[in-house]
Design a protein around this ligand. Structure first.
Ligand code: IPD
Ligand code: CA
Ligand code: CA
Length: 256
C-alpha cells in the first residue's frame, strides 16, 4: 500500500474511535487548560498498532506518549490522534486526526480526517492534494482587507502576550479573523480555499506535519511568520493561499 493510502486508513481508524468515545469521555488536564481524554489515547494506540502492522520498522512520533519506535528509521510517522481536544470535549464539531510521514526529514505523505463531516484531506509529495478524492486548491483572495484569517494561540496565552498583540493587529487589518481550535483543520481549510490565511507561533510537529504538505500540494504557501523557511520542528508557521496577503502578513506578524 502507498504511504498516502496508509495515512488515509490510519486517520480514518482514529476518527472512528473519536466518534465512538464522543460524549462519554472524562477529560484530564495534562497542564492547566491542556486537555487529554480517553479518546486521544485510544486513537493514538489504534493508529500506532495499524502503522506497526503496515510499516514495521518505521519511526513514530505521537502527541500522547504511548511509546516511540525505531528512532533510526529513514521514515517517521507524525501523528496527532485528536487535534482540537478542547472542541471535542465541549462537543464543538471542529476537530480531526492528523497523520503525516517524513522520509529523511521531508514530509512525503499525509492525511487529516474530520469525522464530524466525513471529510478526508490527503496529499503526497508531487501528487497534489485532495478532499474525499477530489482535487483541491486555495482561494484567490488577493488582499488582507478582503481575507478571512485564522490564528492558533497557545493554551497559556495571557492578555499581554505577543500572540495577543499579533491577533489584535491583524484583527484591525483583515476582513475577518477567527480562532477555531484545530490547527490541522485550519491548514486543510487553507488548502481547500475555505480560509485565506492561518498562522501560529506555538505549534508542535504533530499539529502541522500532514497539514503543511496538504497546503503546499494544493498550491498554497507555507513559511515562518517572517517569510523565512518553515520547519516542522519549529513552532512558527504562516500558511496562505500564496497571494499578496502572504507578504502583507509577513510584514506585520513579526513586529509586535
Ligand atoms: C491544539 C490545536 C490548537 C492550537 C494548540 C494545539 P490539541 O492541539 O491545534 O488549534 O492552538 O496550540 O495544541 O491539543 O487539540 O491537539
Ligand atoms: Ca494538536
Ligand atoms: Ca492532540
Amino acid at each position: 500500500m502507498a504511504l498516502r493510502e496508509i495515512a488515509v486508513q490510519a486517520a480514518r481508524i482514529g476518527g472512528g474511535i473519536l466518534q465512538e468515545w464522543a460524549g462519554r469521555i472524562t477529560p484530564q488536564e495534562k497542564s492547566p487548560k491542556n486537555l487529554v481524554t480517553e479518546a486521544d489515547l485510544a486513537s493514538q494506540r489504534a493508529i500506532g498498532a495499524f502503522l506497526a502492522e503496515h510499516c514495521p520498522g518505521h519511526g513514530f512520533l505521537g502527541e500522547e506518549d504511548c511509546g516511540t519506535t525505531s528512532p533510526d528509521s529513514e521514515y517517521r510517522w507524525i501523528v496527532d490522534p485528536l487535534d482540537g481536544t478542547s472542541n471535542y470535549v465541549h462537543r464543538f464539531p471542529y476537530y480531526a486526526v492528523s497523520v503525516g510521514v517524513e522520509h529523511r526529514g521531508r514530509i512525503v505523505a499525509g492525511a487529516i480526517f474530520d469525522p464530524t463531516r466525513d471529510e478526508m484531506f490527503s496529499a503526497a509529495l508531487g501528487e497534489g492534494a485532495t478532499l474525499n478524492d477530489s482535487p483541491i486548491g486555495p482561494s484567490v483572495t488577493p488582499r488582507l482587507d478582503q481575507a478571512m484569517a485564522v490564528a492558533s494561540l497557545p493554551v497559556k496565552t495571557t492578555s499581554d502576550s505577543p500572540e495577543v498583540r499579533r491577533f489584535l493587529k491583524v484583527l484591525a487589518l483583515a476582513q475577518s479573523l477567527q480562532r477555531t481550535g484545530s490547527a490541522a483543520l485550519n491548514l486543510c481549510c487553507v488548502a481547500a480555499g475555505r480560509i485565506d490565511a492561518f498562522w501560529s507561533t506555538s505549534l508542535k510537529p504533530w499539529d502541522m506535519a500532514a497539514g503543511v504538505l496538504i497546503v503546499t500540494e494544493a498550491g498554497g504557501r507555507v513559511t515562518a511568520i517572517d517569510g523565512g523557511a518553515f520547519s516542522v520542528d519549529r513552532p512558527n508557521l504562516l500558511a496562505t493561499n500564496g497571494q499578496g496577503l502572504h507578504e502583507e502578513l509577513t510584514a506585520v506578524l513579526p513586529r509586535v
